[in-house]
Design a protein around this ligand. Structure first.
Ligand code: GUN
Length: 294
């Protein structure tokens, strides 16, 4: 049987609407508007596109949205000063520093400077630590979105499911592992040194691929009926005269369609969930910072 195609685009649109409704209610009832500040240093084209989308969707959801564009030569001290200023700004509840930063700036130092209560990326070591010990805190947007999609397919209770995360990045793989563990899955985190990944993968009820290797996960790696979440975004080389390079995930989507129980497409799967969860995190941060009940 063909897999259910998980429509992340539609799910994300629904989530943005729900956030928008709660933002409107908060404004009407408490005169509080959640504020998101994004800092973009330099002119990386992909980052400019991401930041533009974030701004557009934040405004559409009714958030107070500010983007601070700083030039590529900005010093680390100037960036840290901007973060400090936003930490103290009562109109701002969420701060996101777009990564990657220019090489002369220490990313770790900048993340550490963000008030953990305003760290809507969930990258501050305090939030990383909270997630690892099962305390509530800011959860990174992409893995949070993946969990929502998995629960939409399998229901809220994931107890006892075998889950494989392929990739151990700080942004996706590691927090994804913690979230699945918190959901009572039996979790395996695989990476470049993992032995016999196809055989390991064939035992899994849930597979989250976040390695950045185009179409790596094949149909014969899957247990029939597995839920497959593809975080990959890889541009294939262009075919002259035909296309500018197709966007593919880490999963051989066409091949896996016949074996998986449910699968996210690329594009239109996990991608749109990231910004929707960023808006959700900003609302959550605002509620916590202003002592307002949801
Ligand atoms: N660059 C690519 N993805 C992300 C993200 O989720 N957060 C930030 N801050 N930068 C990114």
């Amino acid at each position: 049987m063909a897999a259910r195609i998980i429509d992340g685009k539609a799910f994300a649109a629904g989530l943005r609407t729900r956030v928008g409704d709660r933002v409107a209610a908060l404004k009407g009832e408490r005169d509080v508007t959640p504020g998101l500040a994004v800092i973009l240093v330099g002119a990386d084209p992909a980052s400019q596109v991401y930041v533009g989308s974030k701004e557009k969707m934040a405004v559409a959801a009714g958030l107070h949205s500010v983007v601070h564009r700083m030039d590529a030569e900005t010093t680390e001290a100037a960036l840290l000063a901007k973060v400090t200023e936003l930490n103290a700004d009562p109109a701002i509840h969420g701060i996101l520093v777009q990564l990657p930063l220019p090489r002369h700036i220490d990313e770790g130092k900048v993340i550490l400077a963000i008030d953990p209560a305003k760290d809507v990326d969930g990258f501050h070591p305090i939030n990383v630590g909270r997630l690892s010990i099962g305390q509530s805190g800011m959860v990174p947007c992409t893995p949070k979105g993946c969990m929502m999609l998995i629960r939409d397919v399998l229901g809220a209770d994931l107890s006892g499911k075998d889950a494989l995360v392929i990739g151990r990045s700080n942004i996706v793989g590691k927090p994804m592992g913690h979230l699945l563990l918190a959901g009572n899955c039996t979790v395996t985190l695989a990476h470049s040194r993992t032995r016999d990944l196809p055989a390991l993968c064939r035992r899994m009820d849930i597979v989250v691929a976040a390695v950045g290797r185009p179409e790596m996960v094949k149909a014969d790696w899957l247990k029939p009926g597995a839920v497959v979440i593809d975080v990959g975004m890889n541009r294939l080389p262009p075919t002259p005269g035909k296309d500018k390079g197709k966007l593919v995930g880490d999963v051989d989507y066409a091949g896996c369609l016949d074996v998986a129980g449910a699968i996210t497409p690329v594009p239109g799967g996990v991608g749109p969930m990231t910004i929707a969860c960023l808006l959700d995190n900003t609302l959550e941060a605002c509620l916590a910072l202003t002592g307002t009940e949801a």
